[in-house]
Design a binder for this molecule. Structure first.
Ligand SMILES: [Fe+2]
Length: 349
């Protein structure tokens, strides 16, 4: 009897074990069928590449959208409990800050190493740039003649007193530009340059880059710093007032005769506490594919970082080829605090 009972118990235990095993296998199989993505990108066209990834891989994307800084703070606050697998954001300053905070995990991927140029990714492969944006000099075409303005250095020329508009220095776009000036000119000369820019300001820094473009069109200033895609947005806008801005405002690609134009990135990486690691790496690799590169860059009128990828954007194509500053973007992170120090010192608010 006892033997019979214990045999039944054994039988039950084996059955329970089998069920548990099947459950675990099922869990393991479905585990990477989901990807939790935290993204600071919210462009309507991005929808197409999320759908493309799910179609190619069968992995469903749970997407949390938010502001760049809010998402970064959220990932930090969630710590080891964060469900996030991948974080996408803009500007190398933010990627670097995230890397410094220890939120990214290194990714070993020959696809990513082969396809993303070395100056567009972290030296330890903790983040990758998937699209590129140029910081350009917008100007009033009626007031600035070609040759008057050719370099970032020219912004400090006293002849532009009261003529320059820019967003605040605390914004990563400006901090990264100041960082590149530090790396190219040294801290002392970069400080002098920033001092010159501030002395030439038409008004206290305020607003975003589009506000600066509009200010040039309105005659408030003759020159403005802007990322190129804000201008492309106006080029592609159906609104007559936006087209009027483009009519009046031209773009200069700075430093073409020497080091090239400062180009930044939008990109991302896998998170330290990601639980769907295979899906995360596959997603990053997917972002480097020809198909996704076109869509990713198109979402914000940027250039793909992978060489030879087609643009589906006539306005962007109309700019043609230009010389890009080949400074590794990872280096810009290291000089962020020096850039902020310079901005504070010269009163670039
Ligand atoms: Fe932007």
């Amino acid at each position: 009897m006892n033997l019979f009972l214990s045999s039944r118990s054994y039988f039950k235990a084996i059955l329970a074990g089998l069920f548990l095993g099947i459950f675990w296998i099922g869990e393991a199989l479905t585990q990477d069928k989901v990807l939790n993505l935290y993204t600071a990108r919210h462009y309507q066209t991005d929808e197409a590449f999320y759908t493309g990834y799910t179609k190619d891989t069968g992995v469903k994307i749970n997407r949390i959208e938010g502001g760049e800084d809010a998402l970064f703070e959220r990932i930090k606050a969630e710590g080891a409990n964060s469900p996030a697998d991948v974080f996408l954001t803009v500007d190398v300053a933010r990627l670097w800050r995230a890397e410094q905070a220890g939120i990214f995990a290194p990714v070993k991927s020959t696809t990513l190493s082969k396809r993303i140029p070395v100056h567009y990714r972290d030296t330890d492969n903790k983040w990758f740039g998937f699209s590129a944006r140029a910081r350009v000099l917008a100007h009033d075409k009626t007031r600035i003649k070609s040759g008057d303005l050719a370099r970032y250095e020219d912004l400090a020329n006293a002849k532009w007193k009261g003529e320059i508009c820019t967003r605040p220095s605390s914004h990563p776009y400006n901090l990264s530009l100041i960082s590149s000036m530090i790396l190219h000119l040294g801290e002392e000369k970069a400080t002098e340059w920033a001092r010159g820019v501030v002395a030439n300001l038409a008004r206290p820094p305020r607003g975003g880059d589009t506000d600066q473009l509009r200010a040039v069109a309105a005659g408030e200033c003759a020159i403005a710093l802007s990322n190129h895609y804000y201008y492309v947005r106006l080029m592609r806008s159906q609104k007559s007032e936006d087209r009027a801005v483009v009519q009046k405002v031209g773009l200069v690609w700075p430093n073409q005769a020497d080091r090239g134009t400062h180009v930044n990135i939008s990109g991302g990486g896998m998170l330290q506490h990601a639980s769907h690691r295979d899906a995360a790496v596959k997603f990053l690799e997917y972002l480097a594919s020809d198909k996704a590169q076109t869509l990713f860059a198109e979402g914000n009128n940027e250039w793909p970082t992978v060489k030879g990828v087609k643009l589906a954007n006539p306005e962007l194509e109309s700019f043609g080829e230009f010389k890009i500053d080949s400074l590794p973007l990872a280096n810009l992170g290291k000089t962020q605090s020096a850039a902020q120090r310079i901005a504070d010192k010269v009163g670039w608010k």
